[in-house]
Design a binder for this molecule. Structure first.
Ligand code: GRF
Length: 192
């Protein structure tokens, strides 16, 4: 396949709500030679989300929408995405659920990273549930976003062992380290 250059890379928006370590990692990935993406927009529903500082640091347009009036907000977001010619949305710790209408109207691909081995543990508190259930394995999943929460087609997963010493915090740390490898790998898988 012909290599994507700065002009024909997938114009990507990353949606965040918090720390933004996956955003930071995706920005790093967008700077390597073989990357298929450029990050052109960061959207947050939280106005002081830590991750927004990476948008500042790397000179990426950032916009905050509170998503309280979901319909109105989504309309505005769709207009912005069109204006910025975005064709890939990466959800990275984004804590709002996008509507069916938004997903259908967006002219491109939407993917998400989730900190569990889907279809196990959709939703929140994934690591605590792994520990509670004495699971032998934990992990993370990159999947397409559909109207059903954490249920779209799986693109890639990474499995790690849970040890007797693990608690939700230690597990979250270990899984996050894997997320940094998995999200770029999944993007390479679908777009290269
Ligand atoms: C990650 O574990 C991600 O899988 C989940 O939320 C966390 C976000 O972390 N959806 P960060 O904001 O990217 O640091």
């Amino acid at each position: 396949m012909e290599k994507l250059t700065g002009h024909n890379k997938l114009r990507t928006a990353v949606f965040i709500s918090g720390t933004g370590s996956n955003l930071k990692n995706l920005i790093k990935f967008s700077k390597i030679k073989k990357t298929p993406i450029s990050i052109n927009l960061v959207i947050s529903n939280i106005n002081n989300a830590n991750g927004l500082r990476y948008a500042d640091k790397f000179n990426i347009t950032k916009k905050i929408f509170n998503f309280e009036q979901v319909k109105d907000t989504e309309k505005k977001v769709l207009i912005l995405l069109k204006k910025k010619r975005i064709n890939l949305i990466c959800l990275a710790g984004f804590m709002k659920i996008l509507s069916k209408n938004f997903i259908n109207k967006f002219d491109g691909t939407i993917i998400n990273i989730h900190p569990s081995l889907l279809p196990k543990y959709k939703g929140l508190n994934t690591h605590a549930r792994v520990i509670e259930n004495n699971d032998k394995f934990a992990g993370c999943t990159v999947h397409y976003v559909t109207e059903k929460l954490d249920s779209g087609k799986i693109i890639m997963q990474k499995k790690i062992k849970v040890t007797a010493k693990d608690n939700p915090t230690s597990l979250a740390k270990k899984v996050l380290q894997q997320e940094y490898k998995l999200y770029p790998a999944a993007i390479m898988k679908i777009f290269n």
